[in-house]
Design a protein around this ligand. Structure first.
Ligand SMILES: [Cu+2]
Length: 447
C-alpha cells in the first residue's frame, strides 16, 4: 500500500535553500522532491497537467511527479543513501534517488521542455547523465567534461527539450563505477506526441542491476567486475519482483534497461514479441522480426511489444540460468551421478564436513530450509500452485487474465487451468513400453 506519509515524508528534508542552486546568478524556486520508500509498485498515475498519456507501470517502483511552471515540466531528483528491500528477508544499503534505488521513472511527452533539479545529498560529488537523450552538450551530465561535478549538498539544474520519444535511462557520470554499483539509476519514458503512434494498453518498465553481497551484509562490493550474486529487475529478485498483470487481448509493451556489467537474454514464455524500441529510438515495423528472447546489452534499452492473446501465468526471465538464482557459492563441485562411496571420498579430500551439491542435482535446495545468515536470501525460492518454483533473481510472471479491469495492476493470483489443459502424471503400465534404451544401443555408444 502507498503510504501518504511516506510519499510526503522526504519533501521537508530535501527542500534546499534557493541559495544552494548552482549555475544561476538569480535564485530559483525549487519544486518539492517527493519520496516513495515502499518496494511495492505505485499504481500508475495519469498526468493532471500537460498533454495526456497512458502512464507506465514501474516494477516495484514509481513515477516522479512533476510541476508545470510557465509551460516547463519541473522535476526534482535528490541523490541520497537509501535502504532497499531486495526481497522479503534482505535489506540493502544503496545509493539512489528520492527514497529508492532505482530512482523514480521520469515520464514526459515528446516536445516537452523539462527542467530537472538534482540535489546531491550523497557523501561525495555526483552528476546525472541522461542516457540516450538528444540534448545540448552542456546538459549531458559528464562530470569534468560537460559540467563541474555537483558538490555535496548542492543542487544543479538541467533543462532541455525532449526532441524524441522512446525509452531512456539516467545514471551518474561521476565516480561511475562506485555510484552505479551502489544502485544509482533510473528510467526515462518519453511518450510520443502523437497518441496514435504505437499505443499499448499495458506499458511496463524496469532497469536491471546486479550486486555482489557477502551473505549477511547489506553493502554491495563496488569493485566487483564479474562475480555478482544478486541479479535484479529494479533492485528486486524473485519472488520479490512484481508480477505483470495483463488483460487478455491487451497490447503490451515491456521496456527493459540494462545497467549491470553483462548482457541479459530476456525470455518470455507462451508468446513471440518484437523489439519495438531501443534507447536509440523506434525500430521501423519493416525491420522487426519475431523473437521469444532478446538480448539486452550492457548500457542499452530494449522495449518488446506483443498482443496478450493467450491466458495463463507465463514465465518472464533472464535466460542465463545463473541469473535466476540468488546468493550462492560459485565453487560448488558437480557431483551428479557420482557413486555414493566416491562422493564421500571426494568430500573428505576437498572440504571435510562441507555441504555439497547432491548426487541427484540441486533441486532439493529449493525446498530445504537451511539456516541462512542474517540478511541474505535462499539461492532459489518462490512457491507456486504446484510447489517450489526453484528460481530467484531475474524472474517474474506475466499474468494474462480475461477479467482484469483496465489500469488494474494488482496481482490476480495464480492461473486456474481449464480442464484438459494441464500436464499431469501419465498413468501408464511400466511394462507396456521400454523406459530405458536397449542394451545393444548402449553398447554402440561405447564403440
Ligand atoms: Cu541475465
Amino acid at each position: 500500500m502507498i503510504s501518504r506519509r511516506n510519499f510526503l515524508a522526504g519533501s521537508a528534508v530535501t527542500l534546499v535553500s534557493a541559495a544552494a542552486v548552482s549555475g544561476r546568478s538569480e535564485a530559483m524556486a525549487i519544486p518539492e522532491a517527493p519520496t516513495y520508500t515502499s518496494p511495492a509498485m505505485r499504481q500508475p498515475v495519469a498526468p493532471t497537467e500537460g498533454a495526456p498519456y497512458r502512464p507506465v507501470a514501474t516494477l516495484n517502483g514509481w513515477t516522479l511527479p512533476f510541476k508545470m511552471k510557465n509551460g516547463v515540466k519541473e522535476f526534482h531528483l535528490v541523490a541520497e543513501e537509501v535502504e532497499r528491500e531486495i526481497a522479503p528477508g534482505m535489506i540493502a544499503k544503496l545509493w539512489g534517488y528520492n527514497g529508492q534505488s532505482p530512482g523514480p521513472t521520469i515520464e514526459a511527452v515528446e516536445g516537452d521542455r523539462v527542467r530537472i533539479f538534482v540535489t546531491n545529498m550523497l557523501p561525495e560529488h555526483t552528476t546525472v547523465h541522461w542516457h540516450g537523450m538528444i540534448l545540448p552538450n552542456g546538459m549531458d551530465g559528464v562530470g569534468g567534461l560537460t559540467q563541474p561535478h555537483i558538490p555535496v549538498g548542492k543542487t544543479f539544474v538541467y533543462e532541455f527539450e525532449l526532441t524524441k520519444s522512446g525509452t531512456f535511462m539516467y545514471h551518474p557520470h561521476s565516480d561511475e563505477m562506485v555510484q552505479i554499483a551502489m544502485g544509482m539509476m533510473g528510467t526515462i519514458v518519453v511518450h510520443p506526441k502523437d497518441p496514435t503512434f504505437r499505443p499499448v494498453d499495458r506499458d511496463f518498465v524496469f532497469v536491471m542491476s546486479a550486486y555482489r553481497f557477502d551473505p549477511g551484509t547489506s553493502l554491495p562490493h563496488v569493485n566487483e567486475m564479474t562475480d555478482f550474486n544478486i541479479w535484479t529487475f529494479n533492485a528486486r529478485v524473485f519472488p520479490g519482483i512484481d508480477a505483470l498483470p495483463v488483460r487478455l487481448g491487451d497490447k503490451v509493451r515491456i521496456r527493459i534497461g540494462n545497467l549491470t556489467m553483462t548482457n541479459h537474454p530476456i525470455h518470455l514464455h507462451g508468446y513471440h514479441f518484437a523489439v519495438s524500441c531501443t534507447d536509440g529510438g523506434w525500430v521501423p515495423e519493416t525491420a522487426q522480426w519475431p523473437e521469444t528472447t532478446t538480448d539486452v546489452p550492457v548500457g542499452a534499452v530494449r522495449a518488446v511489444d506483443f498482443v496478450a492473446d493467450a491466458p495463463g501465468d507465463w514465465a518472464f526471465h533472464c535466460h542465463k540460468s545463473h541469473h535466476t538464482m540468488n546468493a550462492m557459492g560459485h565453487q560448488v563441485v558437480n557431483r551428479i551421478g557420482l557413486p555414493q562411496r566416491q562422493l564421500s571420498q571426494a568430500l573428505n579430500v576437498s572440504a571435510p564436513g562441507a555441504m555439497a551439491m547432491g548426487t541427484d542435482g540441486m533441486a532439493d535446495m529449493g525446498m530445504m530450509s537451511m539456516p541462512l545468515p542474517h540478511n541474505t536470501l535462499p539461492m532459489m525460492t518462490g512457491t507456486g500452485p504446484f510447489g517450489p518454483i526453484e528460481m530467484g533473481g531475474m524472474f517474474t510472471v506475466v499474468k494474462v487474465r480475461e477479467d482484469l479491469a483496465p489500469g488494474d495492476y494488482r496481482d490476480p493470483g495464480w492461473y486456474k487451468h481449464p480442464p484438459g489443459t494441464l500436464a499431469q502424471l501419465a498413468d501408464v503400465d511400466p511394462g507396456a513400453a521400454p523406459m530405458a534404451p536397449a542394451a545393444s544401443q548402449n553398447h554402440k555408444h561405447h564403440n
